[in-house]
Design a protein around this ligand. Structure first.
Ligand code: HEM
Length: 488
């Protein structure tokens, strides 16, 4: 409902803690390293829609499925703008980023390329054997550790696989291997990017101070951008050279993007490619990896659930062949384990910040059009742990998804780890295949136990907050080949 904004309405904000002059509520919530938890407890006091004054930025936080439903069903377009953090403006990254552009023609073009070229069922099907091969390399690496009796760091191992899965799909090449440390350099940089991009930043709260870069976040991100630019430039230059020499087309995303025209100048075209590749690698690697790592951590703490999953995999797939992607639809308990993991540990705890593109009345409050200093956050982490929706919410109990037909595809607002509406994650279908195949294969071929010391002291489930939510310390686990497994 578009209507004219009266000045008095602008002050009618959702309830929230009383702000102090200048700093607003920053002193109450700013220093926290876990805003998703702090905001969840504030929602218990102020309700499922509340507001905070973070320096100059008014932040409206929604924490219930009812408000999420209202947002996506009634105001999806009006609230599809992005409130881009200062971190995304480093070297004009946001100007060609699918994740940070407002939903205008540029965003539509890039998003269309994703949905029609990269994530169609046909395209995903054409990479089935590549994903199988990459997962096989992961299993070989784990077999080696199992023989030596050493533990595996689940996150870094899954990262190597995810990174190669993406680099094969996008550039038709492996970025790394299990014998090289390069994927861990990549991982370190993506991890740091996520933390830097998600951390409270003075430049965001007081845009007048941006040029001072008081926390050095811009400087850090410039270094990271340089790394990515180098990696992607190398791929682009090499492909251009090969094309000139008449090599056969790879028909991958790089070919598609090289044949498209973005921007008027060559330099702008290159900038667009770098931002799109940055988006896909940054958005696709940590999220999928973290899901596998959290799932393994939960399974190690819940041996009955792990045994049930082993049983399902053994009875559906048997012990004489590897898991295939086509098995996923016949593995309801595996699917339930993944959903339960995404409910408790959504890789993206807040959907990316929104901005109103037109004045909208939302939840009885008025959000003015294009207001530069008003952002809307959806706390997916809080929605997944809401006890009015989920009985015994902190318990890892995949059975709840066997009893109720709930999916994460953006229609059931109690479970929206990929978001919903027009900005829903475009990589969801690829993530679905990668996560189920990796996790299913790890459990189909191995039994798992915690290293003795971890078993004695308990598994550390603490979180590291950023744009994504990672385990604060990587999970280590010992693999034991499944008895009777005989794969020719
Ligand atoms: C378990 C894995 C993943 C999860 C949980 C996840 C989750 C999300 C979420 C919550 C958003 C923001 C939605 C919003 O703000 O409303 C998002 C956006 C995005 N994701 Fe994913 N994602 C995953 C994997 C991937 C993969 C594999 C790719 C691509 C290779 C990808 C590419 C993107 C892109 C490009 C956007 C920006 C979309 C836009 O703003 O229009 N994601 N994702």
């Amino acid at each position: 409902q578009k209507r004219k904004t009266k000045k008095a309405d602008l002050y009618k904000l959702p309830p929230g803690p009383k702000p102090f002059p200048i700093v607003g509520n920053l002193l109450q919530v700013g220093p926290t390293s876990h805003p998703h938890i702090t905001f969840t407890s504030l929602s218990k006091t102020y309700g499922p829609i509340f507001s905070l004054q973070l320096g100059q930025v008014t932040t409206i936080v929604i924490s219930s499925q009812e408000y999420a439903k209202q947002l996506f069903q009634n105001h999806d377009l009006a609230l599809a703008g992005r409130h881009e953090p200062d971190a995304t403006r480093v070297e004009a990254y946001h100007e060609w980023s699918i994740a940070w552009l407002p939903p205008g023609p540029r965003w539509q073009t890039l998003r269309r390329i994703c949905t029609t070229e990269l994530f169609t069922t046909q395209r995903l099907d054409s990479y089935v054997s590549v994903r199988k091969q990459k997962v096989q390399e992961l299993l070989n690496f784990i077999s080696k550790s199992a023989k030596e009796g050493t533990s595996v760091e689940i996150g870094p191992a899954a990262f190597t696989t995810t990174l190669n899965l993406l680099s094969r799909t996008i550039f038709s090449t492996d970025f790394t291997s299990f014998d090289s440390d390069s994927s861990q350099d990549f991982k370190k940089i993506v991890e740091e990017l996520m933390v830097a991009g998600g951390s409270p930043n003075v430049s965001d709260f007081f845009p007048v101070l941006t040029s001072l870069d008081l926390q050095g976040i811009r400087r850090k991100l410039k270094r990271h951008n340089k790394f990515f630019r180098h990696v992607f430039d190398e791929q682009i230059d090499c492909r251009i050279k090969n094309r000139k020499e008449g090599s056969i087309a790879c028909n991958d995303l790089l070919d598609v993007l090289l044949d498209s025209q973005f921007g008027a100048k060559e330099q702008e075209h290159r900038q667009a490619l770098i931002s799109v590749f940055g988006d896909l690698f940054i958005a696709g690697t940590e999220t999928s990896t973290n899901t596998v790592e959290w799932a393994m951590a939960e399974l190690l703490q819940n041996p009955v659930t792990m045994a049930k999953l082993h049983d399902e995999l053994a009875s559906v797939i048997g012990l004489e062949r590897e898991m295939e992607e086509s098995d996923i639809s016949r593995l309801p308990y595996l699917q339930a384990v993944v959903k339960e993991t995404l409910r408790l540990h959504p890789p993206v705890p807040f959907l990316l910040p929104r901005r109103a593109q037109e004045t909208v009345e939302f939840g009885g409050y008025l959000i003015p059009e294009g207001a530069k200093y008003i952002q809307l956050l959806v706390n997916v982490w809080a929605i997944g742990r809401d006890e009015t929706t989920w009985p015994d919410p902190l318990k890892f109990r995949p059975e709840r998804f066997m009893e109720r037909d709930i999916d994460f595809k953006g229609r059931d607002f109690e479970l929206i780890p990929f978001g919903a509406g027009r900005r829903i994650c475009p990589g969801m279908s690829l993530a679905y295949r990668m996560v189920h195949l990796m996790l299913g294969s790890l459990l189909h071929q191995f039994e798992w136990k915690m290293p003795e010391e971890v078993a004695k002291n308990g598994l550390d489930m603490s979180e590291k907050f950023g744009v994504t939510l990672a385990m604060a310390r990587h999970l280590k686990a010992i693999a034991i080949p499944i008895p009777g497994l005989y794969i020719k």
